[in-house]
Design a protein around this ligand. Sequence first.
Ligand SMILES: Cc1cc2nc3c(=O)[nH]c(=O)nc-3n(C[C@H](O)[C@H](O)[C@H](O)COP(=O)(O)OP(=O)(O)OC[C@H]3O[C@@H](n4cnc5c(N)ncnc54)[C@H](O)[C@@H]3O)c2cc1C
Length: 345
Amino acid sequence: MLQAGGTPRAGERQVRATVVGAGVVGLSVAHDLAISGAAVTVVADRSAHESVSGVAGGLWFPYRVTTEPGAGDVLLRSRARFEQLAATDGVPVAVREGTVVERTADPDRSWTAAAIRYREARPDEVPAGAVSGVRAALPVADTPHYLRWLAERAAVLGVLVEQAEVHDVDVAARATSADVVVVAAGARSGALLADPDPGTPVGGQVVRLANPGLTDWLLDEDDPAGLTYVIPRGEDVVCGGTAVVDPADTAVDPRVQEGILRRVTAAVPALAGQEVLGAAHGLRPARSTLRLGPVPGFAVPVVACYGHGGAGLTLSWGCAEAVVAIAGDLLDQRAAPTPSDSLTK
Ligand SMILES: Cc1cc2nc3c(=O)[nH]c(=O)nc-3n(C[C@H](O)[C@H](O)[C@H](O)COP(=O)(O)OP(=O)(O)OC[C@H]3O[C@@H](n4cnc5c(N)ncnc54)[C@H](O)[C@@H]3O)c2cc1C
């Protein structure tokens, strides 16, 4: 019913899929559902730019996300899609070298299994106080341009976007005549699915500086002065950051910004004195684990796709591919005759 390559088989009605959420996850899911042949409607009350997706630095890295065992494939598939996009003209994604700084004796290097390439960093490539580090080539998306590109690609594939708030999944399914609904509504997904583990947001503040010509990124999660990362994109460099569980305030704090600027200029002196282009504070949709799977109890098949924490962009394409497979299975199960059906025929 949903298949790679797209068009429904002769005599088959086109599947109608509704995606709740127009962030990087919802748009990627909508894109792949459309590629697999579905007529897709996205229902969202905010655009990707107005959501936390618009704040994302754009580095492919599984930061503050936990995936279920077996979901490692999602990370790898996502990286492969971004690598393909980086090799495609006109797509604002690039493969960039950078350093993950390690300050503990037993750092988690599981992510390297999905890196494009990596090697041990030399001592002169990590800051004083670091125990070790990894030099790696990873995809980096220029987030604002990338989200625009993604929305345009989805539109070209026929994806319709309706601006509305969803209060009830069954009502949204009826209103859009959906055969299947995907809930990719970020931090607000849990409320739509009565999830007993809806997750807790983790706030993050960033400042964007003019790019003095940097190409390498840097991630130093355990910098004793505070979380430090530098992500050069095209014209800007995203500098962070913070990670505050369930913050009381989501406004940009100028004192926090001063601290970020101090840390990033200590790590990358070329950033000193660069023009501040903007600042933002977003809520990472964190959850105990990524939720990616069917949710029973609704009038039509429903697939959950949320809890991406600090890695929604990172996991977006792998999740989109997984959602297409799950939705296809659910629809096939519905279409298959039950044993009692065949007995009565
Ligand atoms: C400072 C910072 C830096 C980050 N950097 C990176 C990075 O470098 N790499 C990376 O991979 N990730 C990064 N992230 C994390 C990333 O931003 C998120 O994981 C990702 O954006 C989540 O995307 P989403 O589509 O699930 O949610 P969102 O972007 O929040 O989108 C949710 C969508 O659902 C809609 N919606 C929600 N509820 C409803 C409803 N009831 N009815 C209708 N519509 C609804 C919203 O309107 C919106 O369209 C960063 C986050 C922060 C805060």
